[in-house]
Design a protein around this ligand. Structure first.
Ligand code: ADP
Length: 589
């Protein structure tokens, strides 16, 4: 009930004040009452003595009716009941009743005591007056012998009335004093608790996160001091929090903009932090990963083992692994332990997508293997024929001519391969550095078809052009575009049987110019189409080689088109023909 300081101080004060007042009241009332009673008793004894002296002679004389009369007179005067009793208990005078009507009084305790020679006082119930009375009795003696007893009686109701008045005055005084004390106590308590309540209000707001709150510090006492220090503490806290949140947002920025994926795990392998790059790598963008186990997020047991090892052995680990979801990727993960208070607390995982790197490495290795293989074939032939010639065939002119012709043909082939390799290397290495100019694609197509016209008619293949009157220029390099056209027309010619036809078209499509080379040749099986533009890729190696191809033409074409920001593709049906197309952005200044 009294949980607040104010309640507790108030209740304690109230208790103390009331207890003090009650104790004070009792301490005052009792002695006062006793003092009053003993005074009254003394007074009554004195009065009894006086009455006894006044009536003594008449009693001794036996003039009882006179005694009664006198008693009635004096009794009225002193407002006290007077009774005179003979040793046999008979009442001879009474100020308030007729003595004849009164019963024997010998058994009354105060009377008994008075007849034994003592002054007796007693409070008891009077059957005669039907009220509580105070009695004082003392003996009347003649020559040392008790002849009667004078008894004075005062109704206690009178005394009670006096006591009541006394108590009322005292209690009123006590209550007024208590009220003043309580009022002062409330004022004092409020003076003490109001600043505390104000501070408590402020700290409640601070606890709710409002660090701008200033708590009460207006007094010059300990409470004011407390308020002041709370304000200093809040300011320091605010500074620290600002600092920490700045650091945090800086860190978040770094993590969010990092290309590498970062995942921070706790000691149990649960994800604490994951950056967008990591979410992207594992295809879990938009899902909640924090708080989940790494196996749930990454789903890679091999990596989980490495995480356990990193945490257990507290060492950094480099681990390369492949994931198949959301797509096949080769990842390199760098695992490092994280410490808090010198104790291992978890691990940081940094992921790099090395798929392209590994693919390039493989392509490079494949390229070297393919190039060496292509180079070796004519070289082997050249060396074989040259050795045979040296071994004696040189003597036979017919054979020597035949062999040297073959050697010459193979050398041509070698030359062509080296040229194509050089072209590929050129278009691959400086694709982005080449000067872009406005190229009139119509003119290029016309020039190339003019140059190749003879070869087409030699093979009895019709070459037709479907060009519009006007065609926008493209942003490219004229020599390279020429190379593209030569390669595509060369393929069309190679892979179209005699009697077929080849059509070159060009037209504008939105912001691009579209060029297509359509033939009625052997076509390409669908399974080969995705790899067609790879270096050294040929659908039918034997046929291509026979036709003098190395599988480099289309990869050269692809590189050139891509280097101009264009696109290339093919649609083909086996035995019906193929359409190679590429689009290039229009020239714009
Ligand atoms: P190649 O020197 O062997 O012709 P390319 O890179 O130019 O090399 O072509 C790759 C392969 O694509 C060829 O070996 C051939 O199998 C196929 N190809 C290219 N153009 C055509 C076409 N017009 N019709 C059918 N197949 C083609």
């Amino acid at each position: 009930m009294f949980q607040s300081i104010r309640g507790r101080i108030l209740s304690t004060n109230l208790f103390l004040i009331l207890t003090a007042m009650i104790v004070l009241g009792i301490a005052l009332i009792w002695p006062l009452q006793n003092y009053f009673l003993s005074n009254l008793k003394d007074d009554m004894v004195n009065r009894s003595q006086l009455v006894s002296r006044l009536l003594e002679q008449e009693v001794i004389n036996g003039n009882y009716s006179n005694v009664d009369k006198q008693a009635k007179l004096i009794g009225e005067k002193i407002n006290t009941r007077i009774t005179i009793i003979l040793p046999d208990g008979k009442v001879i005078a009474d100020s308030e009743s007729n003595p004849q009507d009164m019963d024997n009084h010998s058994n009354r305790p105060e009377i008994k005591k008075a007849f034994s020679g003592e002054v007796a006082s007693r409070s008891r119930y009077s059957t005669t007056l039907d009220t509580e009375m105070m009695y004082v009795a003392l003996p009347i003696k003649k020559d040392g012998e008790i002849v009667a007893v004078t008894r004075l009686a005062l109704p206690l109701t009178e005394i009670a009335k006096i006591f009541f008045r006394l108590r009322t005055i005292l209690i009123t005084g006590i209550l007024i004093a208590a009220a003043i004390a309580i009022f002062l106590s409330i004022k004092l308590t409020r003076g003490l608790t109001e600043p505390i309540e104000a501070i408590s209000d402020g700290t409640r707001k601070i606890a709710a996160g409002n660090l701008e709150t200033k708590v009460y510090s207006g007094t010059n006492d300990e409470i004011g001091e407390l308020g002041k220090y709370i304000n200093i503490m809040t300011a320091t806290l605010r500074e620290k929090i600002d600092e920490i949140s700045q650091q945090k947002s800086r860190l978040e920025n770094i993590l969010n903009t990092m290309v590498s994926g970062v995942i921070v795990l706790d000691y149990h392998g649960m994800v604490k932090i994951i950056n967008p790059a990591a979410e992207e790598i594992f295809g879990i963008s938009g899902l909640i990963s924090e708080g989940k186990h790494n196996l749930e997020v990454i789903r890679h047991y091999g990596l989980n083992e490495k995480i356990k090892q990193c945490l257990k052995e507290e060492k950094t680990i480099d681990y390369e692994f492949t994931i198949f979801h959301p797509e096949e990727k080769i990842l390199q993960c760098y695992l490092a332990p994280v410490y808090r208070d010198k104790e291992i607390a978890g691990a940081t995982l940094v992921f790099h997508d090395i798929t392209t790197l590994r693919r390039l490495e493989k392509m490079r290795a494949d390229f070297v293997a393919n190039a060496s293989h292509e180079l070796r074939t004519p070289l082997t032939a050249i060396k074989g024929y040259a050795e045979t010639l040296l071994d004696g065939a040189l003597e036979d002119e017919k054979i020597s001519r035949k062999f040297v012709t073959i050697i010459n043909k193979e050398a041509d082939r070698l030359m062509k391969l080296v040229e194509e390799l050089l072209t590929l290397s050129r278009v691959e290495s400086n694709g982005s550095e080449i000067n872009l100019e406005s190229v009139d694609i119509r003119a290029v197509i016309k020039a190339v078809s003019e140059e190749m016209k003879q070869r087409f008619s030699d093979k009895n293949i019709s070459l037709s052009l479907g060009l519009p009157e006007k065609l926008a220029a493209v942003k490219a390099n004229s020599n390279r575009i020429k190379q593209v056209m030569v390669n595509l027309l060369d393929n069309a010619l190679k892979y179209t049987p005699e009697g077929g036809s080849v059509t070159v078209r060009a037209y504008e499509e939105d912001e691009d110019v579209m060029i297509s080379v359509k033939d009625t040749g052997i076509g390409i099986p669908p399974k080969d189409i995705p790899r067609l533009f790879e270096r050294f890729y040929r659908v039918d190696k034997g046929r291509s080689r026979q036709l003098g191809g190395f599988g480099l033409g289309l990869s050269i074409v692809k590189h050139i088109v891509h280097s101009f920001g264009g696109e290339i593709g093919v649609e083909s049906t086996v035995n019906e023909g193929s359409t190679f197309w590429f689009r290039l952005p229009k020239y714009s200044k």
